[in-house]
Design a protein. Structure first.
Length: 192
């Protein structure tokens, strides 16, 4: 009888550990481990789902593409550990300044996207500017006790009549981002 109890406890312990490991793997499959933002694969899925919901219901939908300005210089001047601190600080700031319905994803090294359901272009531009100014005000400590400043460039696009695919909406946000980076950086531009 004692051996059965011991076997049961052992199996229970293994099952609990497997559950913990599976939960960790599930998290890794959808989130960027550094910033805790959704990964690129999840962003693609959320983008398609939100686009279909907006198109079907006739509700607004906006995208904000974000790129940290001169991020290579941050890595070169402060090191990659400090660059990671900047990525975390920027994503934490964005998380704390979007609604619970908005979706933040990391789409590349220093690139992020915010998917804003039920958000018009005017509201999205207000959000983009609020985030841009907030990030500009951040003083991010590096591992030597110095502070790093960062700015971001943002491109905004919004669903409207004539938009047939989510890819078109994403392309517009990307074009607005490149226009933002091509001028003076540290600004928000709405695709028009």
């Amino acid at each position: 009888m004692g051996a059965l109890v011991l076997l049961f406890l052992l199996l229970f312990s293994y099952n609990r550990e497997l559950y913990r490991i599976n939960k960790s793997l599930s998290t890794l499959a959808i989130l960027d481990p550094l910033t805790k933002a959704y990964n690129k694969l999840m962003v693609q899925e959320f983008s398609a789902n939100q686009f279909e919901k907006s198109r079907s219901a006739g509700t607004p939908l906006s995208f904000i593409f974000i790129d940290i300005d001169d991020f290579k210089n941050i890595n070169d001047n402060y090191g990659h550990v400090s660059g990671d601190q900047v990525l975390k600080a920027v994503s934490n700031y964005i998380f704390s300044n979007i609604s619970k319905d908005d979706i933040l994803g990391r789409t590349g090294g220093d690139e992020f996207v915010i998917i804003l359901p039920n958000t018009s272009s005017t509201m999205a531009m207000h959000a983009a500017e609020r985030i841009r100014m907030g990030v500009q005000a951040l003083r991010i400590p590096d591992d030597e006790g110095k502070f790093i400043s960062a700015t971001i460039s943002l491109g905004v696009s919004s669903y409207r009549d004539g938009i047939k695919t989510v890819d078109q909406l994403i392309k517009e946000a990307d074009q607005a981002l490149y226009a933002s980076k091509g001028k003076t950086k540290n600004q928000s531009i709405l695709f028009e």
